[in-house]
Write a protein that binds this ligand. Structure first.
Ligand SMILES: Cc1cc2nc3c(=O)[nH]c(=O)nc-3n(C[C@H](O)[C@H](O)[C@H](O)COP(=O)(O)O)c2cc1C
Length: 400
């Protein structure tokens, strides 16, 4: 994405440097515009060093907005896929809400047709003032997104609301707001399971597997970004993705119950979780002591979540499964597709060293029409986006 990052005059401006670096590391092109007050808090040199792109000043005689100011602001407005203002002062909110264009940033904001996102930061009294809230309401009415500030100790020493949102959350919101929405998934409710399950043997020991949950989390993000309403049922320890309603579970039984509670209200299921096939017949309430000789562990089957939800389906609900196979992967996955009545299965060849915990991965979609062109190898975030694009196209072609 090509992002204009507007930085206005608040103490939180130093955090915009971290945001600029994070966005650049994520592969975005980031060009910063500093207001005159913003330039008192952070220098263009820091921002150009972090982004590798020019940094623009407030006025024609500053930074790159020099040669032909009447054209430059239009070019920047057109260049942007998204304009984010972080931190946003009460002043810039008021200007943008009322169509004022007195410097480069406010002019670009007025000229651009790209999505706009605000991350305000200010003293609690300013934040709670009806004028500021009315301006924000007006900006929301223009279709702009607002990442609300949190509560905490502010630079002025007061404690209350007005503290800039976390940089990671702002980066996630930029991803969501800047991603074009896909018609076949927009507003659709997608249930996703992710991560390992854990079956306890006793209070300190557990049966689990090497799944981390990262692929399912990336898929939740990717579906969220294109406009789906995502419910994530998550095992494991990875943090919950921003903007996704997440339920934490531990065992296969808990995962089944969490899914059943949401399934009837969902349009589709993406079952990525590595669900344990077996659990101990009984979990001891006290730590099991070692004994001499061979010790045995009696295992029983856990519920088959995919089969249970697949069997309990209303017309139009779709189900995508995952298969991590180490041999004859397409053949085994084809059997699973038929047996469980899935719409598609994404096949992961774990034998090649890709899959659980790996950074890059390849997935081959399999439908009733047979194997589809493989997606990847790609890092999991890009692979998840490729899966979502493929599935949205598949749904679209089924409709037409
Ligand atoms: C030390 C200092 C800190 C400030 N912090 C904030 C702030 O966090 N939020 C805010 O809305 N204004 C803050 N202001 C006031 C703005 O800098 C002032 O309204 C300025 O005109 C904003 O200009 P700009 O929106 O063009 O950047 C601060 C001012 C000073 C001197």
């Amino acid at each position: 994405m090509q992002i204009i990052l507007g930085i206005t005059g608040g103490v939180a401006a130093y955090k915009s440097a971290e945001l600029a670096r994070l966005l650049a590391n994520q592969g975005h092109r980031v060009r910063c515009i500093l207001t005159e007050a913003g330039a008192r808090f952070i220098t263009p040199l820091t921002l150009t060093s972090l982004t590798g792109e020019p940094c623009y000043g407030a006025n024609p005689d500053q930074g790159e907005w020099r040669a032909n100011p009447s054209i430059e602001h239009i070019e920047l407005a057109r260049w942007a896929d998204l304009v984010a203002v972080v931190p946003a002062t009460a002043n810039i909110l008021g200007k943008a809400a009322n169509g004022l264009a007195s410097d480069l940033l406010s002019t670009v904001l007025l000229a651009t047709r790209a999505p706009v996102l605000w991350a305000p930061a200010m003293n609690t009294g300013m934040w709670e003032h009806p004028a500021v809230q009315a301006n924000l309401q007006r900006l929301r009415g223009f279709g702009h997104a607002v990442v609300e500030p949190g509560e905490g100790v502010l630079a002025c020493g007061e404690e209350g609301s007005g503290k800039l949102a976390e940089v990671a959350a702002i980066a996630e919101a930029i991803q969501v707001h800047g991603t074009p929405k896909l018609g076949s998934l927009l507003g659709r409710k997608v249930l996703i399971t992710a991560g390992p399950t854990r079956e306890d043997l006793d209070p300190v020991r557990t049966l689990t597997n090497r799944s981390t949950g990262s692929m399912g989390i990336e898929l939740a993000r990717a579906f969220r970004d294109v406009g789906a309403k995502v419910h994530l049922v998550l095992g494991g320890d990875l943090p919950e993705p921003w903007g996704v309603e997440t339920v934490r579970v531990r065992s296969a039984q808990q995962m089944l119950e969490a899914c059943e509670a949401r399934w009837m209200d969902s349009d589709g299921l993406v079952a990525v979780a590595a669900v344990a096939d077996q659990r101990p017949e009984s979990a001891a309430t006290q730590k099991v002591k070692k004994t001499d000789g061979i010790e045995t562990l009696a295992l029983v089957r856990t519920p088959d979540i995919l089969a249970a939800l697949g069997a309990d389906r209303r017309p139009g609900q779709w189900v995508i499964g995952f298969a991590a196979e180490s041999e004859n992967h397409l053949e085994h996955a084809g059997e699973k597709l038929k047996k469980k009545g899935l719409n598609a299965i994404l096949v992961n060849d774990v034998q090649t060293g890709r899959g659980f915990g790996a950074q890059a991965n390849t997935l081959t979609p399999l439908t009733a029409q047979g194997p589809q062109p493989s997606l990847g190898p790609l890092p999991k975030d890009l692979l998840a986006r490729a899966v979502v694009q493929w599935w949205a196209g598949h749904l679209q072609s089924e409709r037409s």
